[in-house]
Design a protein around this ligand. Structure first.
Ligand code: NIG
Ligand code: FE
Length: 405
């Protein structure tokens, strides 16, 4: 047993059974001047106010001298496995081209796919290890990672095998999402490609247990709502629940299809029609917002406040990828949540911890401080004395220690 004592604020002390909305989402339960006890198995066994702290067995105590302790960030939407940066397109963008214009001239996702198909699996794995270790150093304690830069049977399987190996070799929980329907590869017409995804790739992915979820980039010039529906249905037959890219540039009926297939989450949602809010409210589907993408490619920010008014549960994630969001810094995303989406610090922190745990279906073991949950928490540096300062000190890394198990 190890006791962390003299914690200035112990954040997110609760154990909800559903994603937070309404009043619960507006509040961040905490204990000031607290202790936190972790048993030998790496499980939270006790916590409370220092007044009630006793140590009859003379276990090890670690005095954190007033620092904040909080559950680790949960990044429920990333494309962390990729072969190369797209910094050349970044320069095109600075010189005036839009994300869509870059894609239209052979850049974008197809550019990443070309490089992914050239790189060998060992090197791809090694590059991914570097990035994942870096994300963990910024406080990410659980992560979802998508395929989608392969766009060929070999490429997609290569990506998913790399993710599987990350799962085996890292202590944090990792979920894999099959995003074969990320773009239409040059060699195929769309129907043939969808056919290949459904009839050739899905059976292998299921057989080798390479994915937990299925994703589609449901968007004009990519996959229509009906095509999305067809792909999700096929995925569900193999037990892959949907988490989809929707409403990033246009609203074309994707949310409705996602809900019909009981999606865990719909992600992006920068462009929302009135009907979209109505469809999404009172469902079990979570809205995952990715303000780092809006920041980097200069598109509108998701209308989070209006979603909250409709009682839609909100999650914040990075969308870490080489094209639209080259950051894995969850702390920065939480700042953008507050600064750009106008989430209060309480809401932003809830969105990036416990609600995000629901978006990865790990809410029973991660995402908050509760007895029986895994010890996966952050000790913050002492320039953070109140949780309001977490989004306030934007683009900094306030992490002092990340304790995993
Ligand atoms: O979530 N929008 C689709 N996919 C990624 C970007 C992919 C890329 O540009 O490489 C996203 O923003
Ligand atoms: Fe994405």
């Amino acid at each position: 047993m190890t006791h962390y004592i003299n914690i200035g604020q112990l954040l997110q002390v609760r154990n909800p059974k559903k994603p937070l909305i309404g009043n619960d989402f507006n509040k961040l339960p905490l204990i000031e001047n607290a202790y936190l006890s972790i048993d030998k198995q790496g499980i939270i066994s006790d916590f409370g106010s220092m007044q009630n702290f006793t140590n009859p067995n003379q276990d090890k105590t670690l005095d954190v001298n007033g620092k904040i302790i909080m559950p680790a960030w949960i990044d429920s939407h990333t494309h962390l496995v990729f072969a190369a940066s797209r910094a050349d397109e970044f320069v095109d963008k600075i010189n005036g081209l839009s994300y869509e214009e870059i894609a239209a001239k052979g850049g974008g996702i197809l550019n990443s796919a070309k490089k992914l198909n050239e790189i060998d699996e060992t090197l791809l794995y090694r590059k991914s290890v570097v990035l994942l270790n870096e994300a963990i150093k910024y406080g990410t304690g659980a992560i979802e990672i998508k395929s989608g830069y392969g766009l060929s049977p070999e490429g997609e399987l290569k990506m998913l095998r790399v993710i599987k190996k990350l799962k085996e070799n890292f202590k944090i929980p990792i979920k894999a999402t099959f995003l074969g329907a990320h773009a239409i590869p040059e060699k195929y017409n769309k129907n043939d490609y969808i056919d290949l995804l459904i009839n050739q790739l899905l059976p292998v992915i299921a057989q080798e247990k390479l994915a937990d979820y299925i994703d589609v980039f449901c968007e004009k010039n990519y996959f229509s709502a009906d095509e999305t529906s067809k792909i999700l249905e096929a995925g569900l037959k193999y037990g892959l629940k949907p988490k989809i890219h929707a409403n990033q540039f246009t609203s074309i009926g994707c949310i409705e299809k996602a809900i019909r297939h009981q999606a865990i989450s719909v992600d992006h949602l920068e462009i929302m029609k009135n009907i979209d809010y109505k469809i999404l409210s009172n469902t079990n589907t979570i809205a995952t917002l990715l303000p780092g993408c809006s920041f980097f490619i200069n598109i509108p920010y998701a209308p989070a406040k209006k979603m909250i008014d409709y009682n839609i549960p909100i999650v914040l994630a990075t969308d870490f990828n080489p094209g639209s969001t080259p950051t894995f810094n969850m702390n920065f995303i939480v700042s953008l949540g507050s600064i750009k989406l106008k989430l209060t610090p309480e809401q932003a922190i809830n969105a990036a911890t416990i609600n995000a745990a629901f978006a990865m279906e790990i809410q029973d073991t991660y995402g908050s401080i509760a007895r029986g949950k895994k010890a996966n928490f952050l000790i913050l540096k002492n320039y953070i004395s109140h949780y309001n300062e977490i989004p306030y000190f934007f683009a900094t890394n306030p992490l002092d220690h990340h304790i995993i198990n």
